[in-house]
Design a protein around this ligand. Sequence first.
Ligand code: NAD
Length: 484
Amino acid sequence: MAALDSCIRNYINGEMVQPPADARLLDNIEPATGQVYGKLVDSTDGDLEAAVAAAEAAQPNWRALDLEERARHLERIAALIEKNLDSLAEAESRDNGKPVALARSVDIPRAAANFRFFARAITQFASESHAMGERAINYTLRAPLGIVGCISPWNLPLYLFTWKIAPALAAGNCVIAKPSEVTPKTAALLAEICRDAGLPAGVLNILHGRGSGIGSALVAHPKIKAISFTGGTATGAQIAAAAAPRFKKLSLELGGKNPTLVFADCDWEKALDGVLRAAFSNQGQICLCGSRIYVEASIYTDFQAALLGRVRQLRVGDPLTEVDQGALVSAAHMDKVLKAIALAQEEGGQILCGGERLQMDGRCRDGYFVAPTLIEGLPIDCETNQQEIFGPVATIQPFADEEEALRLANGTGYGLATSIWSQNLSRCHRLAGQLDFGIVWINCWMQRDLRTPFGGMKDSGVGREGGWEALRFFTEAKNVCVDY
Ligand code: NAD
C-alpha cells in the first residue's frame, strides 16, 4: 500500500490520480546505483479513456482561448520550471544517470525555453492568402487538431517531452503525453508544475507506463488525431504501421548514426573540442551524437592521438558530483552497449581506449558505467558502423579526399545529423548540399535555434519539429476560396 501511495501517478483532468489497489507498478531504477528508488504506475486502457474524456471536455475552451491568454499559461509553466531548476536538474540526473551539471545547464533550461518559445511563436503564427488576380481570394485557416499524443524517450527526458507538448498546447490542442517508463520522474514533476501554474484541467494529461502497453494504446486510440514520437527506429516503424490505417498525422524523430567530418584545414582546438563533445555528451546517448569520426588522412595520426588524449581525460563517476560522464540509463542498455563493443572487436576493430564496464566505489558500486570508448580500423559496411549504439562509443577512420568523406558519411541507412570541421567554407557549403542529413552543422555541434526545422531523413524519421514546422504539424489547414 505504501508503494501505491508514493508511486509516480498519472496526471489526468488536472489531478494526480491515486492508483487503484490492483494497479500494476513498475520499478524506477537509479542508474548510478543500480537500485530501485521508486515506483511508477503502469497505465491501463481505463486510464487512457479517462484522459481522453478529460481532454475532450477541455478542448472547446482551450481552443477558444484568446491567444495571448494561452501564451500566458505556457509562460507561467516556463517560469516555474526555471524557479525549480535545481530540483528538476537533480531529479533528471538521478533518474537518467546524466551529470547534474549537464541537466542544470542544458536539459532543464531547454525545457523552460520550449514553453517560452512556443508561447511567443503562437502569437506570431500567421496563415497564408493567395489572390487569384481580381477574380477571387484564397485564405488558409489553421485549426487545432483536437487531442494529440506525444511520446518521448529516456535520453533527454524533460527536454524532449516538452519539445512536443509545448507546440501542441500552443496550437490549441489538448494533449495526452507519455514519457519513457525508464525516466518518468521529471514528467511527474512537470505535472505538478502545470497544476500549480493553473493550466486548466484536462488540457494536458500525462500517462505513465510501458510502451508496448499504454504507448501502443495511445497510438491506436481513434480520438487521438496525431502522434508526435521520438525514439528508436524500430519503434517508429511499429507506430507508423499502427497509425497509417487510421490516417493519423505522424511526426517521427528516430535514431541516427551521425558522421563527423574533420578536414586538415580545421581550427584544431575547436574541432577537437567539438568532436569530443559530439561523440560523448550525455554518455553518447543523444540522437545527434557524432559516433562515426572521419579525419582527413594528412592529419589523421596527430588528430587521433590528440582526441585519444582528451577521451582518456574524461572523468566518469557519480552523476551527482562534478564529472564529465555519468551512468548509462539502464542495465539492459549497458549490456547492449557492451555487446556492441564486443561485436566491434569481432569485426576487427581495435579498441584505442575504454571498451569495458567501469566499477565505481561507494554508492555507485552497482551503477551502469561504461568507459568512453574509441575504436579504429573498421570499414563502413560493418554492423558497428551501420547500427546505432547510443552509448559512449565512437569509431574513427581516415579519409583520402572530399569524395571519400562524402561517400562514407552518406553510407548508412540513417540521415539525422552531421558536422563538418573545416575553414574552407566553400567546401563546407558544397558538402552541406550533398550530405543526406536533416541537420548539417559547420564548425559546431548541437548549436540549436528553436526556429529551425529539426529532424532526419531516411531511417531517422519523417517530418520536422521546431518553429513553424511544429505549429503546422499540430494544426489542420483548411483553404477557403472566396469568389469576388
Ligand atoms: P524507444 O523507441 O524504446 O521508446 C521511446 C518511447 O516510445 C518510450 O516512451 C516508450 O515507452 C515508447 N514506446 C515503445 N514502444 C512503443 C509502441 N509500440 N507504441 C508506442 N510507444 C512505444 O526509444 P528509447 O530507447 O526510449 O530512446 C532511444 C532512441 O531514441 C534512440 O534510437 C535515439 O536515437 C532516439 N532518439 C531520437 C531523437 C530524434 O530527435 N531523432 C531524439 C532522442 C532520441
